[in-house]
Write a protein that binds this ligand. Sequence first.
Ligand SMILES: [Zn+2]
Length: 270
Amino acid sequence: MSIYLIFFLVLSYLVSIKCLYYRHRRTLVKSLKRVMNVLPGREADGADITALIVTAHPDDECMFFAPTIIRLVELNASVHLLCLSEGNYYNQGAQRKQELLKSCAVLGIPASRVTVVDHKKLPDDPKAEWSVSLVSSVIVRHIRAHSVNMVLTFDGRGVSGHANHTAVHKAVSHLASTGQVPNDCCLLSLVTVGLLRKYIAFLELPLSWLLSSCLCCIIGSQGYRQAKAAMLCHRTQLLWFRYLYITFSRYMFVNTFQMIPQGPKNLKIY
Ligand SMILES: [Zn+2]
């Protein structure tokens, strides 16, 4: 009897995840309109979105942001990537840059929309302290040059806690609080979850869906295959634990975001 009960519970859980996925597909555009502050009655679709994903290293885009990139590309949004280092910690920068371009192509971002910064003051190094003013100036230039209206980046915990990830968040928060972001541009930070939630793969989906967030991006089995193919482009990083990450990380299936609050515009800093 108890075996039947367990089987029923597991089956119900899996069915509820499938239902969530289909419900999410219907409601994603509405959530995007809400975060972009588009009036409910106004027609808007993915083509109105120019999104900028800001990362610190090659492979961050697929390790952490793949569900978002895949869903935005599906909606015909213009997705740009700004990666603030070449990932040169082991002197493999040139190779990692090529891997990044391949990964982006798999995710649907053409090379013309990928920018990799190679600056001696922005090394790939968890012990390096990146300058907030330098990083924020690079980001705001990019926002203006490409008329970006949605920026997506790490939150203050940087998913893995890497100092370069948190430095990117600090820079975007600095832009937000000093009113340097264009009026029509919204800023979103990727929610870092605890260890248990992080490594239960798609089983975590109901929690992500139910807990409050501004934006939730979920991919199904086809999207997961795409995210996995992008991960495999980063050949220099394919150590055994990377395969565990591909199998068990919830970031391969779902992303949730919170809004980064913005201060008054055009503040003059003396
Ligand atoms: Zn990273």
